[in-house]
Design a protein around this ligand. Structure first.
Ligand code: PMP
Length: 320
């Protein structure tokens, strides 16, 4: 679907997957007006399909669009479009083996112009791709490198928006962490380089002395939908969830006192991902003997249970 200033969004259509033709001067190539989302649809053997909290994705998408001075899209329209689109895709396998349909909505600036200003034309596209189970051989705790050289986001920047540039700026750190033998980067705040923000494409949680700590949203952390669902679920179980600024010093101190019991990331792709090891300025922290913790496992089972349609959806998260 296209946007033209004065006319608004127009001409929605469903077309087979094919390359896109854009003017080389299209502003997205030069000034980075590109916003995206990621969500999943699931399906059962009776051919019933559903989406997981799509309203939250499109609310976040509109917040991201607003941050980059791009035109908003009506949420109800987007959800309806998505339902129709999902109905056309018959190739993906029912969800009981962990398979799902990954959905990537995105908006890019298409106007050819060298001036630095918001584009007057845009394209909104939704891509669909069947994906297999994230963990084929059971959950495997990841090794995390706490980044102390690069920053992902600063307050007032675009860290809490899902914009392409945030990811471009994080690749170098990701590569360097991989070279050191770590799978993911844990970002600290961009002002004092002291407080925990999030992992590459996941929000992060720590179980300390029976409570669960999660970095409070501060304007530079992405408001993950799995993060929100996790907090709801934990509170529903009566677990104390503390949303606060968490410094690495505090976390390391808890670790040295044997009080850091579990750590995990949350995100659409992996859902819940156990963290087995963290390296902070050369301090190695082995969490729960590099084994997936009890709470982490329970969260994964319950969250995927609801997503796959195997457990009661008591929060009303699935949208048919
Ligand atoms: N932080 C970042 C930077 C991400 O890219 C993602 C993935 N969208 C998340 C956190 C987790 O968000 P969600 O649970 O909505 O997938």
């Amino acid at each position: 679907m296209d946007y033209t200033e004065g006319k608004g969004w127009h001409d929605p259509q469903i077309v087979p997957y094919s390359p896109l033709t854009l003017d080389p001067a299209a502003m997205v190539f030069h000034y980075g007006q590109a916003v995206f989302e990621g969500l999943k649809a699931y399906r059962n053997h009776e051919d019933k399909a559903w989406l997981f909290r799509p309203d939250q994705n499109f609310k976040r998408m509109n917040r991201s669009l607003s941050r980059l001075s791009m035109p908003l899209i009506d949420e109800a329209f987007m959800i309806e479009a998505l339902k129709q689109l999902v109905a056309t895709e018959k190739e993906w396998i029912p969800t009981d083996s962990g398979t799902s349909l990954y959905i990537r909505p995105f908006v890019i600036a298409t106007e050819p112009c060298f001036g630095v200003r918001a584009s007057h034309t845009y394209k909104f596209i939704i891509l669909l791709s069947p994906v297999g189970a994230y963990y084929s051989g059971g959950m495997k705790p990841v090794k995390i490198y706490v980044e102390n050289n690069y920053v992902r986001a600063v307050r007032g920047g675009t860290g809490n928006a899902k914009v392409a540039g945030n990811y471009a700026g994080s690749l170098k750190a990701q590569e360097e962490a991989k070279e050191k033998g770590y799978e993911q980067v844990l970002w600290l705040d961009g002002i004092e380089n002291k407080y925990v923000e999030e992992v590459g494409s996941m929000n992060v949680f720590f179980k300390v002395k029976g409570e669960v700590w999660v970095p409070a949203l501060n304007g530079s952390i992405l408001e993950g939908i799995t993060r929100d669902s996790t907090i709801h679920m934990l509170k529903d179980w009566g677990v104390t969830v503390v949303e606060k600024r968490i410094s690495m010093e505090e976390l390391y101190e808890a670790y040295t006192k044997d009080e850091l019991e579990e750590a995990f990331g949350t995100g659409t792709a992996a859902v819940i991902s156990p963290i087995g090891e963290m390296n902070w300025n050369g301090h190695q922290m082995i969490i729960n003997g590099e084994q997936t913790g009890e709470l982490t496992t329970k969260l994964y089972d319950q969250m995927t249970g609801i997503q796959y349609g195997l457990l009661e959806d008591k929060f009303g998260w699935s949208v048919e």
